[in-house]
Ligand binder design. Structure first.
Ligand SMILES: Cc1cc2nc3c(=O)[nH]c(=O)nc-3n(C[C@H](O)[C@H](O)[C@H](O)COP(=O)(O)OP(=O)(O)OC[C@H]3O[C@@H](n4cnc5c(N)ncnc54)[C@H](O)[C@@H]3O)c2cc1C
Length: 490
């Protein structure tokens, strides 16, 4: 059995125009921003089905031909691997042709979509139907879609920013072609598939996220009723040492719902990377000193930390919540910058965060994404730990933290020139050392990209790896679906 024989058989299922195996055709699917060689993750073919029936047929064929398939929805997992696989030699199962918005329910505020649906398509459809519903998206919203993002447990910035928490019901094809509808989806003529997540018995949805146990072909998600009023703002603190105080100030406001959204806390270097070119600010050796970006931020009326947040609801509630926040921020030594807002927090698609690629040029990006317990001690420790390791490797420390009640997703973009082999090698070594250092300090990860999945899985423990392997053997005994995803092997 060979890949070539699988691809030949796949042609009969999806049509010859939807199978790629030429080096030129494969090149865009091998592109990767991570600091790892393309060859370690390059696909050997791409197959693009259009229907559930075609996905089932392809999985059956893959089983017969022992061909590994790496499913992608919109395939733009930028900075985590784009559409590449954890290991080389897999066939990309590109689901972009399955792009139907199957249902929008304006009463229950839910949608049911296929994997190829982008946030833009979903938003356009909602607006064309005249519904006053918002969707929450990650920063690359116009290009990417809810299925791939939610399966990675990605995040956005409105109150619906925890994307997996706002999914409701999956349709999953298992390796043997079985079609499972999770939650309430198994009930004949189900009326509540997108209304209630848990169904009856064990709740299975979680095992199909960040995993390789099935191919998701439909997903339900919840939409946010457009609020009657909202106000967005930015709180600024001047000094890096303020981080502990910031965490203590914002945590209670998230707990009691005063700040209802998943706001983001940026340090001055991420602000600089989003608005300037590195070479214009610094020409010295090594990582850019924080004093340089702090001075730049101050010149723009900002400081060491800026927190973008929004309040939503009835106008009287918006006004009173705003006052509470203003008072709390001032008491902690910060200030509010009026009329500064992030369009994503109010349901407007934007690609403005892509300006980060201008920092160095060369399209290198890897997100180092530990989970930060929302205690001052942990916030200070994580910043010091990361900065220490990054300084050693000459890597610029910057972070954009999504702050929730108990935890923050401390997402640190490592931006570098992929055309520079020395820089790429330094960023790889740095990433590996960071995983080790954070693991040893008792921290785990929200998500990681190809190239680092095994190492991150080990941080999360041998027992978890073993249980994942047992599930894999039970559901996909030939290891057809995405071998190596999240460190899960047969
Ligand atoms: C400037 C910038 C800003 C970003 N900001 C954010 C942000 O705010 N929030 C955020 O979450 N991300 C962010 N990202 C990272 C990334 O681009 C997004 O997470 C994006 O949504 C992921 O790509 P995708 O949706 O195309 O998923 P895909 O690439 O389609 O899928 C991701 C992975 O999920 C699995 N998968 C996908 N579909 C299926 C399926 N149907 N069945 C089984 N497994 C599947 C596969 O392992 C796949 O590789 C950012 C990237 C950039 C460059």
């Amino acid at each position: 059995m060979s890949i070539a024989s699988f691809l030949a058989a796949a042609r009969a299922v999806v049509g010859k125009d939807h199978v790629i195996e030429s080096p030129d055709g494969l090149a865009p699917f091998a592109r990767i921003m991570m600091p790892v060689p393309e060859a370690e993750h390059a696909p050997v073919g791409v197959v693009s089905p259009q229907s559930l029936a075609e996905v089932r047929a392809l999985l059956r064929l893959a089983g017969e031909h022992k061909t590994p398939l790496w499913p992608t929805s919109t395939g733009k997992n930028f900075g985590y691997g784009t559409s590449t696989a954890a290991t080389p030699g897999q066939v990309t199962l590109d689901l972009r042709r399955m792009n139907r918005v199957i249902d929008i329910d304006p009463v229950l505020c839910t949608a049911l979509v296929e994997p190829g649906v982008t946030y833009k398509l979903l938003q356009d459809t909602i607006r064309a139907q005249g519904h006053k519903l918002w969707i929450d998206f990650p920063a690359p919203g116009p290009l990417v879609g809810p299925v791939g993002n939610s399966l990675e447990r990605g995040n956005g910035t409105t109150p619906y920013g925890d994307h997996f928490a706002n999914t409701c019901g999956f349709e999953v094809v298992l390796a043997d072609g079985t079609v499972l509808r999770t939650g309430m989806g198994g009930v004949a003529n189900t009326k509540s598939w997108q209304a209630f997540r848990y169904g009856y018995g064990p709740w299975l949805d979680g095992i199909f996220t960040q995993s390789n146990f099935g191919v998701v072909t439909k997903m339900g998600l919840w939409l946010m009723p457009a609020p009657p009023a909202w106000r967005s703002g930015m709180a600024v603190w001047d000094k890096f040492e303020d981080i502990g105080r910031i965490v203590d100030t914002l945590r209670p406001l998230r707990f009691d719902g005063t700040i209802g959204n998943c706001g983001t806390l940026l340090d001055s270097t991420l602000f600089a990377a989003s608005t300037a070119k590195r070479a214009d600010l610094y020409s010295g050796k090594g990582a850019i000193p924080p004093s340089v970006t702090l001075e730049y931020a101050r010149s723009k009326g900002l400081g060491a930390w800026q927190y973008a947040f929004s309040v939503y609801g009835r106008p009287d509630r918006v006004a009173s919540d705003w006052k509470v926040i203003e008072t709390a921020v001032a008491a902690s030594g910060g200030k509010l910058v009026p009329d500064a807002y992030d369009p994503m927090q109010v349901g407007e698609l934007s690609l403005q965060t892509f300006s980060i690629f201008n920092w160095t040029g060369g399209h290198g990006l890897a997100w180092f994404s530990p989970v930060m317990p929302l205690r001052p001690t942990d916030a200070i420790r994580q910043v010091e730990l990361a900065r220490g390791v990054m300084d050693k490797h000459g890597v610029d420390f910057m972070t954009g933290m999504t702050l929730n009640g108990r935890e923050g997703l401390n997402v640190m973009p490592m931006v570098f020139d992929r055309g520079d082999p020395d820089s790429t090698a330094r960023h790889r070594a740095c990433f590996e050392e960071l995983i080790q250092a954070f693991g040893e300090a008792g921290y785990g990860f929200y998500r990681t990209g190809v190239g680092f999945m095994d190492q991150v899985a080990r941080v999360h423990g041998e027992t978890q790896m073993d249980v994942n392997r047992r599930l894999k053997r039970a559901l996909d005994p030939h290891g057809i679906i995405a071998p190596g995803k999240s460190g899960i092997h047969l």
